[in-house]
Design a protein. Structure first.
Length: 444
């Protein structure tokens, strides 16, 4: 069975979780659960997979599905925006994800209502901001309180749940013509420059201002690699030297948080763990995320040391025996955020820009491992543990960042690359593109 066939089998699993709504369709997150709309867990992310299916096949049924899901998502966004309801500005779990998906729906269908919905979501991001220091920021309920038990409010900073992610979507909106200029992105960046912590090794950013628990993560989702990525990408549009200087300093800081692993290097998950013993491998805190930042810096500066670094970081990942050997930082999770699908996509991106077969071979190795771990009794699906600290809590999820849709997206991606007709919805926090479109829709 080809990787394409396995992606289609996963689509059958998704079909068994479909929900008909008053406005269109959605999907249950798990078999006995409810529908949700986020890019992380819900229909916004699943829509991305159906876009890829349609681009790969041109089959009308997939276009019908993503339109119906798009209509349901649009109705949700309109209801929440008109009610001025609070939704987080977290990139994957809130308003920014809706901006991206609805605008990509508009580009695919030319239906103006989706663009209008994207603009509504974009307006809500700004409406929820506060004037802080010389720029703008966001004060929100403390993230992950359901896990830590710590409640209250904090200024959120990072790419995944904070201001850097909002900045990335502002930059995307400018490039897409949804914003006339980069003013909002610059105001976001100016505040991030203020809350960065200067250290002898470079600038670092925490997940929140005045962190309520110890969690110093130097990597992509909740640390300096993600904030640095936004600042470096903003420099490409504005040529603001302060943004590039801060990004370069963040990269130097990250380099000091590495340890040798085999013939390569790995970056610690958090600095509180001494000596470092947990090294994530996925997008959130591993090479597949932090390597994006280093690649972007290479593209901006031409300095090949950033390519050398990400190559060594990839070798460090290989030294763990992944994907077959599961380490502390690669548990039973095969998804886009924390697991194999995100790593496999990253390997395919590296193959696309280097032509080095070792990356394609690793992507195939990863795809074969993922498929071997799947359950194909009712369409291909996977039991996964979303959180490393809850490895025994296994769920069979449908979503993109955590679930079957994101895994199937990788399987479709590798099939299209092997057929030399790459199709992939590339998110705005990713520097790779098959058509040099700043991470927009990649058409075969």
């Amino acid at each position: 069975m080809s990787y394409f066939d396995q992606a289609i089998s996963t689509e059958q699993f998704l079909g068994s979780h479909k929900i008909n709504t008053n406005d269109g369709i959605s999907w249950r997150r798990v078999a006995d659960g409810q529908g949700t709309h986020t890019l992380y867990h819900g229909s916004a992310g699943i829509i991305l997979f159906y876009m890829e299916l349609y681009l790969s096949t041109k089959e009308q049924s997939y276009l019908d599905t993503l339109r119906a899901a798009g209509d349901d998502l649009l109705a949700y966004v309109i209801r929440k925006a008109q009610a001025k309801a609070f939704i987080t500005i977290g990139f994957y779990s809130g308003w920014p994800g809706y901006v991206y998906v609805l605008n990509e729906l508009y580009k695919l269908t030319a239906d103006e209502k989706y663009k209008s919905g994207a603009l509504m979501a974009l307006d809500r991001i700004t409406a929820q901001s506060s004037a802080l220091g010389d720029g703008i920021g966001w004060v929100e309920p403390i993230p992950f309180s359901d896990i830590t038990g710590i409640t209250g409010e904090r200024e959120v900073i990072d790419l995944s749940v904070g201001a850097a992610g909002a900045g990335i979507i502002y930059l995307y909106a400018f490039r897409e013509g949804l914003l006339a200029d980069t003013t909002l992105a610059e105001k976001t960046a100016d505040r991030l420059l203020e809350v960065g912590e200067d250290t002898p090794d470079g600038i670092r950013w925490l997940m929140m201002a005045d962190m309520p628990f110890p969690f110093t993560a130097p990597n992509f989702a909740h640390g300096g690699a993600g904030v640095g990525y936004f600042l470096a990408d903003l420099y490409r549009e504005t040529k603001g030297q302060a943004y590039l200087d801060a990004a370069l300093s963040a990269a130097e800081y990250i380099k000091t948080r590495t340890v040798t692993s085999g013939a390569g290097i790995l970056v610690c998950h958090t600095e509180e763990q001494q000596p470092p013993s947990t090294f994530y491998l996925g997008v959130c805190h591993g090479p597949a995320g932090t390597g994006r930042f280093m690649y972007l810096l290479n593209q901006i500066t031409g300095d090949t040391r950033y390519i050398d670094w990400l190559g060594a970081n990839f070798e460090g990942m290989l030294s763990t025996g992944a994907p077959e050997q599961r380490s502390k930082g690669l548990w039973q999770n095969y998804g886009q955020c924390c697991g194999d699908a995100g790593i496999g996509d990253y390997a395919l991106f590296l193959f696309s820009v280097t032509g080095d077969e070792k990356y394609l071979n690793y992507a195939e190795q990863t795809a074969k491992h993922i498929v071997n771990q799947g359950n194909d009794t009712a369409g291909l699906s996977w039991q996964t543990a979303e959180h490393r600290d809850r490895r025994d809590f296994l769920e069979t999820q449908t979503g993109y960042m955590q679930g079957a849709a994101g895994i199937a997206s990788f399987l479709l991606h590798i099939d299209s690359v092997l057929n030399q007709m790459p199709v992939k919805m590339i998110l705005p926090e990713t520097p790779f593109s098959y058509h040099e479109t700043h991470g927009h829709l990649a058409r075969s």
